[in-house]
Design a protein around this ligand. Structure first.
Ligand code: BGC
Length: 713
């Protein structure tokens, strides 16, 4: 390969670069073959990404990818196929006909890795059917700041939960064992490495300060697990940690990711972030210095994305001896290995036969099941829910009759807010409730928009004439930086709506549809029931109706700590110094909270060793019984507390979980095993160790203690 061909492989541009300008909104996308030729033949570009401005149909994708691969494989000397990349964040959300799923934060609430894997399998199939072999997902950042607008793209605040869901997702996308050469699998792209999820300000792409020990204890584990699961690509954190933009951080990208974790795949930058080292971050004095810094730090492919500047600069840097050819060879080998593994050289084109199964009824059922399992019942005073079908209800609130709000960002468009493009056959909450109990029993009044009152008085008047008011509040769709807010408090118009209805005395059920926990504290006491739906996807309306009427017994568990106050954003695995007293830390609901319509009772928590040494595993068993009169799924969670150690220990940490369906009266014994890794943390010297001493295991309301004794290592 010539130097130019190699650097071209490292260059990624966005679809706009090779498109004719689109006229009016909704006008058909058109590729510009001359621009495409320039990109692929002249600049040897190895990768293209994204949509122009909205999802394409399957046919459009297949035609587009065919045109791209025709030029790449037939009109270039080497015939290397292009690797097209897409954000398929909750299903193939840029393929019009595809199956969409709940967003990751909702999937995390299911505590069901098997369901995550299944949704990822469907996603892989549906993007590969479009001809796209590469998915910029899963997000493996641990979402520990509730204000951050990308919280809903994460699997929540706990490193173990994120690790397990991330591993399941990668297995689903890439196959298990990884078989990305199969036409129904794609390469996954874990992102954003590393520490993107905890900006100090809570705003997107703002600085994080993360000491080495915290980086290793909280943020590295999901990425480590994903590398072990064989993930083929990684995207880098667009922000900075401790003052160093991650795109220019040799320590993190090369020493930790590639050398220490042994990551063999390739590293792609995030959007414009190589050049951002110069334009935004001010760590490089010129675009040339930025490219050199990023490539030498370990970036293998630059998401440029609007021009060929990276290509021009890097070719020159190598010619001038500023970047060694060996670094280029390493980067290109990594990229080509993935292209070979994807079988792109043998099969660069979409397989037209796959189209028939895209967006199937069966896949929609998986999405519905995921939405049902995600829904988290936060409050249910005196068993107010489930509702009886004969009652009359008022449905109101900004999220009652929109499809976009159930899906959020990354849906058909980047921001997900083009209501008109949402397929009409998927139900809004209002429509699903009308289907459930008949339109005659349902009154609808808008009440308020997200930020503005519409007819609050009319809604309150209507509430007086019904048995129950179902008020659907929360957030409008958003994605990335446009989702920044200054305050988590629910907008005034919405709390005014809820308060006005509560004043009528008619019982209120709050349905929260939101990407992050908005503060609803003043509304909680006077709500009979509160159901958190997160961003449940296109089947969310139906799932909510199923849960409100008891056709599905809720089992979702909070994947984050739900704050009571906007300035009390903490996580469940807090330190002893933050003891749970109202003056220090006082969340509304803790991570792991979630009610059921039945009751579960734990007993007989036993451990097989009271004294454990590091060469041993600890076996734990517990019995759980459904003591109520409805079938339901219980999520059994095992928490571990290290009672004393040299680094102040977290109050408790999730170490295992499993979902168990139980019929009324049925019981089951659950077994878990812990080993040395589960007991370990990074000490003052940043060594990963378990220190002798007492540990506590908590499952439900039961606890057991054991002692780790010094001895054989
Ligand atoms: C986001 C990434 C995404 C990329 C490509 C960036 O702005 O941070 O998560 O994969 O765009 O669309």
């Amino acid at each position: 390969m010539t130097l130019e061909e190699k650097v071209g492989q490292m260059t990624q541009v966005t679809l706009q670069v090779v498109s004719k300008t689109r006229g009016a909104w909704g006008q058909k996308h058109e590729i510009d073959l001359e621009k495409l030729r320039a990109a692929i033949v002249k600049y040897h570009v190895g990768s293209i990404l994204n949509v122009y401005d909205m999802a394409l149909t399957l046919d459009e994708w297949q035609a587009l990818i065919t045109q791209i691969q025709d030029i790449a494989t037939k009109e270039t000397n080497l015939g290397i196929p292009v690797i097209y990349g897409i954000d398929a964040i909750h299903g193939a959300n840029y393929v019009m006909e595809a199956t969409l799923f709940p967003q990751s934060i909702a999937l995390a609430a299911t505590r069901n890795p098997a369901l995550v894997k299944k949704s990822a399998e469907i996603t892989a199939y549906e993007i590969r059917a479009a001809g796209i072999p590469w998915n910029f997902n899963p997000v493996l950042g641990v979402g520990r700041n509730q204000l951050w607008p990308r919280l809903w793209e994460t699997f929540g605040e706990d490193p173990y939960l994120v690790s397990m869901m991330g591993e399941a997702y990668i297995q689903g996308i890439e196959g298990s064992p990884n078989s990305i050469g199969d036409m129904d699998k794609t390469a996954a792209c874990m992102k954003h490495f590393i520490g993107y999820t905890v900006p100090l300000s809570g705003k997107d792409r703002t600085p994080a300060w993360i000491p080495e020990r915290m980086l290793r204890d909280y943020f590295l584990p999901p990425f480590r697990k994903a590398v072990e699961a064989g993930v083929h690509t990684v995207m880098v954190n667009s922000g900075e940690i401790n003052g160093i933009p991650v795109h220019g951080d040799h320590y993190l990208l090369t020493e930790v990711l590639k050398n220490e974790l042994g990551f063999q795949g390739f590293v792609v930058s995030d959007w414009a972030d190589v050049n951002n080292l110069y334009t935004r971050d001010k760590v490089s004095a010129s675009p040339e210095a930025a490219v050199k810094l990023a490539v030498m730090a370990g970036i293998d492919m630059s998401m440029v994305p609007y021009d060929f500047s990276f290509y021009d600069i890097l070719v020159k840097l190598v010619q001038d001896g500023e970047v060694p050819v060996a670094r280029i060879d390493d980067a290109v080998s990594r990229i080509l290995r993935v292209k070979f593994a994807l079988n792109l050289f043998e099969k660069p084109y979409p397989n037209r036969k796959m189209a028939a199964k895209v967006g199937s009824q069966e896949s929609a059922r998986t999405s519905l099941q995921a939405a049902r399992e995600a829904l988290t019942l936060l409050k249910n005073e005196n068993g107010f829910l489930p509702l009886k079908k004969g009652l009359s209800i008022l449905v109101t609130g900004p999220n009652a009759n929109l499809r976009s709000v159930l899906n959020g960002g990354w849906t058909y468009t980047w921001q997900g807010n083009e209501e008109a493009v949402y397929p009409k056959e998927k139900k809004t909450i209002l429509e699903a409730l009308q289907d459930k109990i008949g339109p005659g029993n349902v009154v609808y009044v808008a009440g308020s928009e997200h930020e503005q009152a519409v007819n609050i008085k009319a809604a309150a008047d209507a509430a007086k004439r019904v048995d129950v008011a179902v008020v659907c509040i929360g957030e409008a769709p958003y994605c990335e930086t446009p989702g920044n807010i200054h305050d988590l408090t629910l907008p005034q118009a919405q709390s005014d709506l809820v308060a006005a209805i509560q004043k009528t005395g008619t019982p209120v059920v709050l349905v929260l549809v939101e990407g992050r926990p908005r503060i609803i504290t003043p509304l909680v006491d006077d709500a009979q029931a509160i159901l958190l739906a997160y961003l449940p996807g296109p089947e969310g309306g139906r799932a909510i109706a199923d849960v409100l009427y008891g056709d599905y017994n809720p089992s979702g568990k909070l994947p984050y700590t739900y704050p009571r106050y906007p300035n009390d954003l903490t996580n469940y695995d807090h330190k002893p110094i933050e003891m749970d007293d109202p003056g220090r830390r006082n969340p509304l609901w803790e991570f792991g909270h979630g009610l059921s319509y039945t009751t579960f009772v734990y007993d007989d928590l036993t451990i097989d060793l009271k004294e454990m040494s590091l060469d041993k595993s600890l076996n734990i068993s517990v019995n759980v019984v459904n003591s109520g009169d409805r079938a339901g799924k219980v999520v059994v969670e095992l928490y571990l507390s290290d009672l004393v150690r040299s680094i102040s220990p977290p109050n408790k940490q999730l170490k295992r979980f499993t979902g168990v369906p139980l019929k009324p009266g049925e019981s089951k014994t659950i077994q878990f095993t812990l080993d040395q890794t589960d007991l370990s943390f990074h000490n003052r010297a940043n060594e990963f160790v378990a220190e002798p001493g007492e540990f506590k295991i908590t499952i439900g309301n039961l606890t057991e203690t054991f002692t780790l004794v010094a001895g054989k290592e």
